[in-house]
Design a protein around this ligand. Structure first.
Ligand SMILES: Nc1ncnc2c1ncn2[C@@H]1O[C@H](COP(=O)(O)OP(=O)(O)OP(=O)(O)O)[C@@H](O)[C@H]1O
Length: 226
């Protein structure tokens, strides 16, 4: 009997940027497995390559060395359109800024990925409503971003990221703009979603205390996993 491959296997991953005649080696020699249900905090000094790593993991950028296998498949072998489709189906993103559309309500914002995926309007609304309830915003569905607190806005962004039930949630400093107590609330919510629903996530944070509360911790230093 063969065992199933991990959700993500990273082999010899590297990223080098060319700046004129200079080579900037930002990531090198990264080997890592992420299992289904992992909740990983990624920390490291400024400029260590955390965002670059998350971009590669999210297939928003292409490695210059090594490979990233999702369920055993190197998805960078796919064409551009198939890769975009894979990304939309498989990965949810949350960033430091929520990037919510100001003229749309919480539920309309949260249903956006499903509408893009051509899910019916009724189904998209049902999914968004479910996810907003899950992040504790059942009574804020019709509020526009400007009518929500910073923590609530980030919860809507989280509901939007989870709308299509991604296999992997990637969060880049999701609490970077929030006060310490609100930030703690968002991390507690991530831990809760992980424990209750098995959401697999990688969360970049500068906050060592918040990172310490997550089940698995990785540290990037000068482009390498420490
Ligand atoms: N597109 C790019 N072209 C050239 N250099 C880049 C590019 N993107 C990032 N870099 C460089 O790669 C290094 C790592 O950047 P990255 O944003 O991944 O760091 P980080 O660990 O996320 O930092 P921070 O915690 O400050 O956000 C930096 O020195 C940055 O200047």
């Amino acid at each position: 009997m063969t065992t199933a491959p991990p959700l993500v296997r990273i082999e010899g991953l590297g990223k080098t940027f060319l700046m004129g005649d200079k080579r900037l080696e930002v990531l090198r020699g990264i080997d890592l497995e992420i299992a289904r249900g992992d909740l990983v905090a990624l920390t490291g000094p400024s400029g260590a390559g955390k965002s670059t790593f998350l971009h590669l993991l999210g297939t928003l950028d292409v490695p210059t060395q090594g490979r990233i296998l999702f369920d055993g498949e190197d998805v960078f072998d796919r064409g551009e359109d198939a890769l975009a489709e894979f990304r939309n189906d498989t990965i949810g993103f949350v960033f430091q800024s929520h990037h919510l559309l100001p003229e749309f309500s919480a539920v309309e914002n949260a249903m956006m990925p499903a509408l893009i995926r051509r899910v019916s309007r009724a189904d998209a609304r049902r999914r968004a409503t479910d996810m907003l309830a899950l992040v504790g915003l059942a009574d804020r569905m019709d509020h526009k971003p400007g009518e929500l607190s910073g923590g609530e806005q980030q919860r809507v962004a989280l509901a939007r990221a989870l709308c299509l039930e991604p296999k992997l949630l990637l969060a880049d400093e999701p609490t970077g703009n929030l006060d310490p107590q609100t930030a703690e609330g968002i991390h507690a919510l991530l831990a809760d979603l992980n424990a209750r629903m098995g959401v697999t996530a990688v969360v970049v944070t500068h906050n060592e205390r918040l990172a310490a509360a997550l089940p698995r911790r990785l540290r990037l230093v000068q482009g390498r996993l420490a």
